[in-house]
Design a protein around this ligand. Structure first.
Ligand SMILES: [Ca+2]
Ligand SMILES: [Ca+2]
Length: 234
């Protein structure tokens, strides 16, 4: 009897507290452009290649995935953007860093929020040896902090607080292999799971920003991305 009652209570509390994630967007990139000269990603993806790379192509649909590569004339990492639009949510993808220096960033932004530079809220950056989570909203992209840093006038007491805005987790991410990442955002906490194993969690106030309006994939060299999904879990 007791076991049954406990079981039932657990079931009820689970069903009350569980927020079933709602799929907002999914892309398996199983398509091709109508030509190979210019970017034509489709499915609502945009880039900054017109401004940042003199219009040169930096994103290619290839073999059923997205091949992102920085053009030699580009003055900024490639930024491949898609609407997100959640408070709590999950971003999943498969990715491949083919070369030792490759990295891939999942940047979250709210372009309507003017308290930071260019909408930057926070990011998760993957290299072959680490996963780094950084709160940008209350850290280096906060307007006042960014301006003081650029002017070289950032007080040491604020500089000291920036160390708490980022956390690096060592992780072995083999080059030239496909890996699965899950980025879960809940309240002020991000949890990163790599190939079904938890890498770590990081909490910081900027992560709780209510509107994650935009996902930007940031690629300073080269990266492959496939099977990207965005869920809301609010
Ligand atoms: Ca292509
Ligand atoms: Ca695919």
């Amino acid at each position: 009897m007791i076991t049954k009652a406990v079981f039932l209570t657990t079931l009820i509390s689970c069903s009350l507290s569980a927020k079933e994630p709602k799929l907002l967007f999914a892309d398996d990139f199983e398509r091709n452009e109508s030509q190979e000269e210019t970017e034509e990603i489709g499915e609502g993806w945009t880039t900054e290649s017109a401004n940042r790379a003199q219009g040169n192509k930096q994103v290619d649909l290839r073999d059923g995935h997205l091949h992102i590569y920085m053009h030699e004339v580009a003055d900024h990492a490639v930024s491949v953007r898609h609407e997100a639009g959640f408070e709590n949510g999950i971003v999943e993808a498969r990715f491949n860093l083919e070369h030792a220096d490759d990295q891939l960033g999942f940047n979250f932004a709210d372009m309507t929020y003017k308290g930071v530079h260019a909408g930057h809220l926070f990011r998760v950056v993957l290299t072959n040896s680490s996963v780094t989570i950084t709160d940008l909203k209350t850290g280096i992209m906060k307007k006042e902090i960014r301006e003081m840093r650029k002017a070289g006038s950032l007080p040491p007491e604020i500089e000291n607080t920036l160390k708490d805005k980022t956390k690096r987790f060592p992780a072995k991410i083999k080059n030239d292999k496909w890996h699965a990442i899950v980025i879960k955002i809940e309240g002020d906490e991000i949890t990163v799971t790599l190939n079904k194993r938890k890498v770590g969690s990081f909490s910081s106030p900027g992560i709780a920003h209510p509107e994650k309006g935009l996902l930007r994939l940031s690629v300073p060299r080269e990266a492959l991305v496939d099977d990207l999904k965005i869920y809301s879990a609010s």
